[in-house]
Write a protein that binds this ligand. Sequence first.
Ligand code: SF4
Ligand code: SF4
Length: 346
Amino acid sequence: MSEKIHFLPWERKEEFREFLKKCGVLDEIRKGYRVGLKIHFGEKGNPHHIPPYLVKIVGEVIKDKGAKCWLIDSNVLYRGMRARTSTHLEVAKEHGFMDIGVPVKIAGDFAQEREMEVIVNLKHFRKVYILEDFLEFDYLILLTHFKGHALAGIGGSIKNLSMGCASRKGKYKMHSKMIPQIKEELCTGCGTCAKHCPGEAIKVKNGKAEIIEGKCLGCGECIQVCPAKAISIPWESVKSEEFQERLVEYAFGIWKERKGSIFAINFLHSLSPDCDCLSKPAPPLAPDVGIVAGKNIVEVDEFSLKKTIEVKGYHAPEGVDKFLHHRPNIPTHIQMEYGKKLFTPL
Ligand code: SF4
Ligand code: SF4
């Protein structure tokens, strides 16, 4: 590994404060800096998010350096509590993140969403769409619950950076190659979607909404506003391998724009095969492993996966990739392989 990766076993997590101070990932943070702590608060009901008391320690160590920090996440594309700022904040509160001494910011609320285009000229995207809120800090630290993911294989720092910091349009473009789908049988013809569509891409004809393909910007707004839940993302339009490469291209765009001022801390606990976006995720596949920190997000994810492979799982022995064993058709290595090509040298 070109960068030093630091590891703290989960049974020694009470030493996290000392680990943070010694491992060097916060060394470049100086007095007066503004630091963003990119986190995922977990969907309502999801018990697998990072324990708030560990996040509190990160905030305290940063504040001891005379810097200011904020916990930040973006609103999501799918319907749920984390789709709107007001309910997203409710979840953050319910999961214990509002009283740890670090202010919480939610980026990407409909009308207030501030998006920036970054030119990347890569295999899948010529440009990527990022929420400006994530570019306003002097440093961005990814606090990531490492787990499995039904489409990405694993959800680590790469995914936290890419999907987590993209605008709604960016999130949509990573997920889908196609325009949203309208279930005719559910559509009441109310016209709410057409009223909100920024591309004027929706017409209501004969009491049913229709999307005009060439005009759709892929922003996903219609999905959120439809009161009948008749509009959805065609999730299957992008296969796992391509989805993973798309994630990496977005992560690269943000990293490039931030000139590398991004550090990663992965928390390898509650190793569910499912994303924290689910309110009822599957139980963990292995015991809690530890905490991995480093400045190279690709290597932090690679090392994290390696550590989860090393342990004895609940359904698979040592040496077996628990996430791949759980979903044999969803590869777990593509993000890292493609990431190494794009992020070299970091
Ligand atoms: S908002 Fe939903 S129900 Fe109303 S017209 Fe659009 S698709 Fe149909
Ligand atoms: S995704 Fe956005 S641009 Fe496309 S139809 Fe829906 S609201 Fe309109």
